[in-house]
Write a protein that binds this ligand. Structure first.
Ligand SMILES: [Fe+2]
Length: 198
């Protein structure tokens, strides 16, 4: 599972600290196992249930968010240099793991991707935060995962969490701007607004 994951998400190698990278990988492996997925299932899994016929896969979404985050780091370093304080490894780890909880939030039932019971109760930010905590990741990274989505709108996000929040939202808006938001992503409480469920 580990090798397949590294082939599909080569950006995992961008985390410089070996110990941190291993914890990020073990969090991914645990999420895949608990969700009952093989790594290649991420090629078909939709990145959201809100936009009808999956305009992008979960795997594409993760890689796009991670790569855009890396570009943001590179531009910040090139232009602002040391005037912006960032923990680059924590930011990369947070970008890589921000949606890992979706592997337990979604399931394939009767040929359709739907929300699981725990997904409807906790959503992926808190599921992912719990998995990251259990795998020994530092609280700064758990914070990025927990608050990258609207759950973090009323707290003071760290700069790293703020960057993941903006890049993630941009990657949603790219497709939302093109098409209709559908009710396909209705959660168990019946609420399906973009704000509520992105
Ligand atoms: Fe995301």
């Amino acid at each position: 599972m580990r090798e397949k994951l590294l082939r599909l998400v080569p950006e995992l190698e961008w985390i410089k600290d070996n110990g941190l990278r291993e914890k990020v990988i073990s969090t991914w492996v645990e999420a895949l196992r608990r969700g009952g997925w093989e790594p290649e299932d991420m090629l078909n899994l939709p990145f959201t249930l809100l936009l009808g016929d999956s305009p992008s896969s979960f795997l594409e979404h993760i890689r796009a968010v991670v790569r855009m985050t890396k570009h943001a780091i590179d531009v910040i370093r090139e232009i602002y240099r040391d005037r912006v304080e960032l923990n680059e490894d924590y930011l990369m780890a947070g970008a890589l793991l921000h949606d890992v909880g979706k592997l337990m939030e979604y399931e394939l039932k009767d040929g359709r991707y739907v929300q699981t019971k725990i997904g409807g109760t906790l959503r992926h930010p808190f599921i992912g935060a719990a998995l990251a905590y259990l795998n020994g990741l530092p609280s700064e990274i758990v914070h990025i995962i927990a608050f990258h989505s609207h759950e973090g709108d009323h707290i003071n996000r760290s700069l790293e969490a703020m960057i993941v929040n903006k890049v993630d939202l941009l990657n949603f808006e790219l497709f939302k701007a093109k098409g209709e938001v559908t009710s396909a992503g209705q959660n168990r409480s019946g609420k399906d607004s973009v704000k509520q469920a992105w």
